[in-house]
Ligand binder design. Structure first.
Ligand code: PCA
Length: 325
């Protein structure tokens, strides 16, 4: 048996054991990003808050860096009850429903204020979708604005043609196609290695991820495009949630609200700090050229139009309520 599967089964039986112990419960919580990443730090703080607020009746054991499940496996693991809670990059679920893709649309919402407004419109739809699958949304936190990270100087999208472009979802993959680059989907946990081996030489991600990947070891430029702010969400298995005492449920929800607020604040702080870290490690951090901005905006418009064509009435309603620029 594959070792990961074996470990998952061990975790699942541990969960069953934890659930039968009267009083205290311990929930395994798979996440996919580095322990030092602000999302993980925020989740560890959330876990500490939950333990505190429930007087130890519920504790969360965070398994970061895709150590328990790979990111694309986490939603299903929570849905099927293999683990009661986990963190997922929302835009990667766009194959299930286009509403998950909306925060991955270039330049639809590219500032924190717009991202917040978009989330307030998107949230009830996402809650309903998850609820229909036996899942409970606890909170969502955006990544810092996505920039363009390359080894060569990029003055316009023409300079991206032919590059090996790392994608993390259907939308970034489409963007890579529109760049005439070669998109290759690689999970965050494997990007550092893909950079080191030269499998990829360009990507769009946050400065935070650039730091996590030590992008300066193989690439040179970070263009601060601020194209979109995709969100991670923390979801729980509804049956597991419902099995908690009412008081514990309320404490968990209150801590989730707190973690969402703290996470948004931390995101905008690290957005600035991590750009400095990239620069201090020798990367050239700079604004994109007006030509590049114009071209990326046009591609963003095209992607929103393509997305709307398949997004159904709910997708249209979200974009209308949010207001397209
Ligand atoms: N980092 C994640 C997704 C968005 C981001 O900024 C990644 O690179 O996979």
């Amino acid at each position: 048996m594959e070792i990961r599967k074996f470990l998952n089964i061990v975790a699942a039986s541990a969960l069953a054991a934890a659930a039968t112990t009267a009083g205290a419960q311990s929930w395994d919580m798979p996440t996919a990003y580095a322990p030092t990443n602000f999302h993980t730090v925020n989740i560890e703080r959330f876990a500490a808050g939950v333990k505190d607020a429930t007087g130890g009746k519920l504790s969360l054991k965070v398994h970061s860096a895709a150590s328990l499940y790979k990111m694309p496996e986490i939603k299903r693991a929570v849905q099927t009850g293999q683990v009661p809670i986990g963190e997922v990059l929302m835009v990667t679920l766009s194959n299930e429903n286009p509403l998950y893709a909306i925060d991955g649309m270039p330049f639809l919402a590219s500032s924190y204020a717009d991202a917040r407004r978009l989330w307030s419109v998107q949230r009830p739809y996402i809650e309903r979708l998850l609820d229909s699958q036996g899942l409970k949304l606890l909170f969502a936190v955006p990544w810092p604005p996505q920039g363009l990270i390359t080894g060569k100087e990029v003055k316009s999208t023409a300079d991206l043609a032919g590059l090996s472009f790392r994608a993390y979802d259907k939308q970034t993959s489409r963007l890579g196609e529109l760049f005439k680059a070669r998109p290759v989907t690689i999970q965050a946990a494997e990007v550092a290695q893909a950079l080191a081996t030269g499998k990829i030489n360009s990507l769009m991600s946050s400065a935070q991820s650039g730091v996590d990947y030590k992008a300066w070891e193989s690439l040179k430029y970070f263009y601060d495009v601020q194209a979109w702010l995709p969100k991670n969400m923390v979801i729980a298995n509804k049956a597991a949630f419902d099995s908690l005492d009412k008081g514990v449920q309320a404490a968990l929800l209150a801590q989730a609200t707190k973690a969402e607020e703290a996470g948004w604040a931390a995101s905008s702080e690290v957005a600035e700090a991590t750009k400095k870290t990239l620069a201090s490690n020798g990367m050239s951090v700079q604004p994109p050229s007006p030509k590049l901005v114009g071209e990326l905006n046009a591609l963003g418009q095209q992607m929103v139009t393509e997305w709307l064509a398949g997004a159904g009435p709910d997708g249209k309603a979200v974009v209308e309520a949010y207001g397209r620029k």
